[in-house]
Design a protein around this ligand. Structure first.
Ligand code: CUK
Ligand code: CUA
Length: 639
């Protein structure tokens, strides 16, 4: 090829590539009919049918959307600070982001789990994982607020989390990266096989939702990816997908994909509980933070804990069983009946479905094919119910409807495949734009799926929306599954990268009463329950301002007597009687954000008065016709 031909050739190649993923409007196969649009249409003023609670991935937040409209209602900051409502900036919320490494205002949030009772949604809490730091959070679904965060010790990364047991007895978190744990952690990386371990934390949830690590199982050093609890007949068991059973610690993209099969790890947690009750647990040193928000004082406290109870792997011979699963399994899902465990090898071209009943028989009859790190490996055929053959390429995750159907996402072939649990026959397939990760059927992981829709959370956006520089929006797609064939009815952008999501009928979360916080019940140490209780108090070089906000006045509105170098705490109580009128507060020169105070609540903004002068402060949330008048001045004088 001469230079000109070469040039023409490369232009052609580039153009061809560009035609595939260009900014052109969607092709004819992607255009929806009017009928589809009406299915996603929620008329102005009308409510959506479902809340969709969607992980935000590396934004560390959760997004709340309506379905079928795809409208975004709220962002709940979980592991990330959020200037819009002062989370992580107010003195009350700062302790929520404390860890054994200090204040960590970010994490990578992949999965959420809605609490269940008897395997069905109960609308109390959502749990969320922080992949990196690693943490588990609890969100109160009455206030849509993060109310508890627990750090996980002995964990090199918390991907396989948070999965809950049928009655939310436990939240379970297992480790993505194995690391050396215990006393001697400064070891050569090449000693992976001897020294690197995974852990599974069983976090007990009490009736008020509070979390506590009941015990940790120490496991061989592999990578856990996802998990699900058993239910119905399989209650008392937990199933985890694990890859890198090669135990590679370098070039994982090659070395962790050598074996034809990795494992599903089945854990008999009832048995583990018995061992703990029999005193077989070993207390080991650990350092981790536990942060709790208190609803009456409106404050969070952070406690550093120093030890954790572990079960010695040598005693786990009848707790952990491995089941071979092709090939680098990602998703691991349990069907509504609790009998079927669906594995998904991200490099496989089939879906293995395991039978709980057969697993139990295989254990009883010792149908093992050897061991892995001293723990029994059940024969593949002994545990297998059957395989869905040629479903697509790269199965990731599976959700279920109420009619015995399963929906599996395929990253590589970019589609959702519907198949039947009984005869494992493929029933339907629809393309996703592009490369779907997780998917969600409302109630899909529960005993009683609500069905109706399947939502695809896609990994690649490409040409679906107006481009916004190289950083494109993330995207979800809604399909109607009420008929035999799945039907795409809506594309909607999401904030952050959505991984897992759940959807719950709107009426289960709609508040019975609109009184969320009551001023009468406010026990904040710096509350002012009326303008008469406002004051400015000095404690050494701290100045505490007991302030109130009500349309359209901040009291006090003139503050003098602050000395340069003082730490000023503005404790703002919102006196509104209407449940949905927040006030905001910001002051010029603060190296902080604003705070947003809900009716009945007190929030504190700390301000270092490091310069002399007069500094305006004001309400940041447009609250009435006289919102612009909601202001004041703070005077800082030389010491
Ligand atoms: S992982 Cu995101 S596509 Cu982190 Cu749940 Cu499968
Ligand atoms: Cu209060 Cu604006």
């Amino acid at each position: 090829m001469n230079t000109i031909t070469k040039l023409a050739y490369s232009v052609a190649v580039v153009c061809a590539a560009f035609t595939i993923y260009s900014c052109k409007p969607a092709g004819p196969d992607k255009v929806l009919t009017g009928d589809a649009a009406s299915k996603a249409y929620v008329a102005p003023g009308k409510y959506d049918e479902f809340y969709n609670i969607v992980s935000g991935g590396f934004n560390g937040q959760i997004g709340i959307y309506g379905l079928p409209s795809g409208r975004l209602f709220k962002i709940i900051p979980v592991f990330s600070t959020f200037p819009e409502n002062g989370y992580g900036y107010s003195e009350e919320s700062k302790p929520m982001l404390n860890t054994s490494n200090g204040f960590v205002p970010w994490d990578d949030l992949h999965h959420i789990s809605l609490s269940t009772t008897n395997g069905e949604h109960d609308g109390r809490w959502a749990f969320a994982n922080g992949n990196n730091t690693p943490r588990v959070a609890r969100i109160d679904l009455k206030t849509f607020k993060t109310v508890e965060i627990l750090e996980l010790p002995n964990s090199g990364g918390n991907h396989s989390s948070p999965y809950i047991t049928e009655n939310t007895e436990y939240v379970v978190a297992s480790t993505r990266f194995s690391i050396p744990i215990g006393d001697n952690t400064d070891v050569p990386i090449s000693s992976y096989k001897e020294n690197f371990k995974g852990t599974v934390s069983f976090i007990k949830v009490d009736t008020s939702g509070h979390m506590k690590i009941a015990f940790q199982l120490v496991t061989p050093g592999v990578n856990f990816d996802l998990a699900r609890a058993g239910k119905g007949p399989s209650h008392g068991w937990f199933f985890f997908s694990c890859y890198n059973t090669e135990q590679a610690y370098t070039l994982l993209e090659v070395n962790a994909s050598q074996k034809d099969k990795d494992f599903i790890m089945a854990v008999n947690w009832k048995k583990a509980e018995e061992y703990i009750q029999a005193g077989k647990g070993k207390t080991t040193k650990a350092r981790y933070a536990h942060n709790v928000h208190n609803e009456s004082t409106h404050q969070a406290t952070s406690t550093i804990l120093e030890e954790v109870l572990q079960l010695d792997p040598a005693e786990l011979k009848d707790i952990i069983y491995f089941i071979p699963c092709p090939k680098s399994p990602h998703g691991c899902d349990v069907d509504p009946s609790g009998e079927f465990i669906v594995g998904s090898g991200k490099l496989a071209a089939l879906i293995p479905v395991f039978s709980f009943d057969k697993i139990q028989k295989a254990i009883a009859n010792k149908e093992f094919e050897g061991d892995f790190a001293g723990l029994p490996v059940i024969k593949y055929e002994s545990a297998l119910y059957g395989e869905v053959t040629k479903p697509g390429l790269g199965p990731l995750h599976t959700e279920f409807d109420a009619n015995g159907n399963a929906y599996t996402s395929f990253f590589v072939s970019s589609e959702i495949v519907k198949w039947n649990l009984k005869d494992l026959k493929v029933l339907d397939r629809v393309p996703t734009y592009y490369s779907i990760g997780h998917l969600c059927v409302p109630g899909g992981p529960t005993k009683k799926p609500h069905g109706k829709y399947v939502i695809a959370y896609n990994k690649i956006t490409k040409d679906r929306y107006l481009p916004t520089g190289p950083e494109l929006t993330q995207s979800a797609q809604l399909y109607d599954i009420s008929g035999e064939k799945m039907k795409l009815i809506l594309d909607f952008p999401t904030t952050g990268e959505p991984h897992y999501a759940e959807a719950i009928p709107a009426e289960m979360l709609m508040p019975k009463s609109t009184k969320i916080y009551r001023l009468e019940d406010n026990q904040h140490p710096y509350v002012a329950k009326g303008e008469g209780q406002t004051k400015v108090e000095r404690k050494g070089n701290e100045v505490h301002v007991y302030m109130t906000a009500i349309r359209s006045h901040l009291t006090p509105d003139n503050i003098e007597g602050i000395k340069q170098g003082d730490d000023v705490y503005f404790h703002v109580t919102n006196l509104e009687q209407d449940w949905d009128v927040p006030h905001g507060f910001a002051i010029k020169g603060a190296n902080n954000a604003e705070i947003l105070i809900m009716p009945g609540e007190t929030q504190t903004l700390k301000w270092k008065a490091d310069r002399t002068g007069v500094f305006p402060y004001y309400c940041t949330d447009f609250c009435s016709a006289l919102h612009q008048e909601m202001q004041g001045y703070a005077r800082v004088s030389a010491p």
